[in-house]
Design a protein around this ligand. Structure first.
Ligand SMILES: Nc1ncnc2c1ncn2[C@@H]1O[C@H](COP(=O)(O)OP(=O)(O)O)[C@@H](O)[C@H]1O
Ligand SMILES: [Mg+2]
Length: 435
């Protein structure tokens, strides 16, 4: 079985690489013309554009960012009549990766989608929906879902466990399945995210995700200028991997941390020290992105967002600069009925023992000393903001019981961050009356 990858460059899809999977061996290479002409546009920041043929027992790590997950995966397995398992990943890409997040797609999946659309002529040229149609799952919405079989709304192109649809707004402000609205008509790209399950706790997590994102923005974490908004039980999230401008759509390179670390497969658990090292290898400003990543982790700990796996952090390349994407999937995951533990932790590189104090983490971080001092200074300043977190959460509409639950976690972060104050900062004259 083989497939051809395409990348979106200068307003068109360009064939760029070939993948072959035979008897458990995966070989892939860039197309010669692509390798000659596009050395500046890699498929993955961890894979230089060259003429090499790579071979391995697994698919290359960046392909796992394209594998349908969650509801889209289940739907497509049914269509393909395939049992689930790692062996399904490649066929799922070949059918489902026709319109993924980011700027890479699979040519065979585009054919699969077009065949599917041809079987449902009634699904062509349908009028757009309002967000209320989506919220109440109106009859029109259900019919659309059936006709498009979840494909037209991009469910197979976006990862994660919660059901989602990729929606695009037209010039009249109405919503369409992302894969069915031509670029020329698009004005805004959105992800509609539904609760993970049917329990009240699932609703609560999603409701608070909107407030959590506002809190992160208020604290100066990098967020998309347009924050998610809640409509009934649907969270409408503006996408940061697309820009609609002058009747054209720009697709932006986006790649998970799992991909830049070369992790082939799901649920692999690198130490957070490896995650930081991986991010530093590819970003334009390693010091700034290290600080951004650690601040996000402070918030994960203070606000008990336990779901910090290697696909919930990603990098993007915008205007030639590689950086962490704006924050996403930031929510009170400690409430999730499926008990989501904090999967990635700071395991000390030499002993593999977990470090749970920022002073120890900074000491073990592989950065130049001047940067370590900068990090300590910035993080001790961040402590002042974290101290105000309960008020900020209140102002941004986080549920009261959540704020109450987090009090001790916030206090731990404040205490640890304040202790990072470098000794030079304590040069007050010694007071003999103090103990
Ligand atoms: N605003 C966004 N713009 C572009 N891609 C996004 C955005 N938010 C999420 N994603 C992508 O969609 C995936 C699923 O979204 P996420 O919020 O993580 O869902 P889940 O809660 O199901 O894990 C993410 O892993 C990321 O690749
Ligand atoms: Mg996620």
């Amino acid at each position: 079985m083989d497939c051809t990858l395409q990348i979106f460059l200068d307003d068109r899809w360009v064939d760029c690489a070939q993948i072959e999977l035979n008897d458990g061996l995966c070989q892939w290479n860039h197309l010669v013309m692509y390798a000659v002409e596009h050395t500046d546009a890699p498929l993955s920041l961890a894979e230089p554009v060259d003429m090499d043929i790579r071979a391995a027992r697994t698919m290359p790590a960046f392909l796992y960012d394209l594998v349908p997950q969650g509801a889209g995966r289940r739907f497509l397995l049914g269509e393909l009549k395939l049992p689930d398992g790692p062996g399904a990943d490649f066929p799922l890409i070949c059918a489902g990766a026709f319109n993924p997040v980011g700027r890479i797609r699979v040519a065979e999946a585009v054919d699969y989608f077009e065949t599917h659309v041809a079987r449902h002529p009634a699904a062509r040229g349908l009028p757009g929906l309002t967000i209320d149609d989506v919220v109440v799952r109106s009859a029109e919405f259900k019919e659309r879902m059936f006709l498009h079989g979840m494909l037209g709304t991009g469910t197979t192109g976006v990862q994660g466990a919660a059901p989602k649809y990729l929606l695009t707004r037209d010039r009249a402000g109405l919503l369409h399945g992302d894969a069915v609205l031509p670029d020329a008509d698009a004005t805004q790209h959105l992800i509609a995210k539904l609760p993970r399950g049917n329990s009240p706790a699932d609703d609560k997590v999603l409701r608070n995700e909107a407030a959590y994102m506002r809190v992160a923005a208020a604290l100066g974490i990098r967020t998309h200028p347009e924050l998610p908004t809640l409509h009934g039980d649907v969270l409408l999230i503006p996408r940061f991997d697309r820009i609609a401008r002058d009747g054209k759509v720009v697709r932006i390179h986006q790649e998970s941390v799992a991909s830049i670390l070369g992790l082939s497969g799901f649920d692999l658990r690198p130490s957070l020290f490896e995650v930081v090292a991986g991010i530093r290898r590819v970003v334009t400003d390693p010091a700034a992105e290290t600080l951004e990543f650690i601040r996000r982790d402070v918030l994960n700990l203070a606000m008990c967002n336990t779901d910090n796996h290697a696909r919930n952090t990603a990098v993007q390349r915008v205007e030639g600069k590689v950086q962490l994407t704006p924050l996403f999937d930031f929510a009170p995951m400690y409430l999730d009925p499926q008990l989501v533990p904090r999967v990635l932790r700071w395991y000390r590189p030499d002993t593999r023992v977990e470090l749970t104090d920022w002073g120890d983490v900074l000491a073990a971080l592989a950065v130049p000393d001047h940067e370590r001092r900068m990090l300590a200074q910035e993080l001790s300043r961040f402590a002042v903001q974290i101290e105000r977190l309960p008020d900020i959460m209140e102002a941004q509409g986080v549920d009261h019981d959540v704020i109450g639950f987090l009090a001790q976690h916030v206090a731990t972060q404040v205490r640890q961050l304040k202790a990072l104050q470098p000794p030079e900062a304590h040069h007050a004259p010694s007071d003999p009356t103090l103990p």
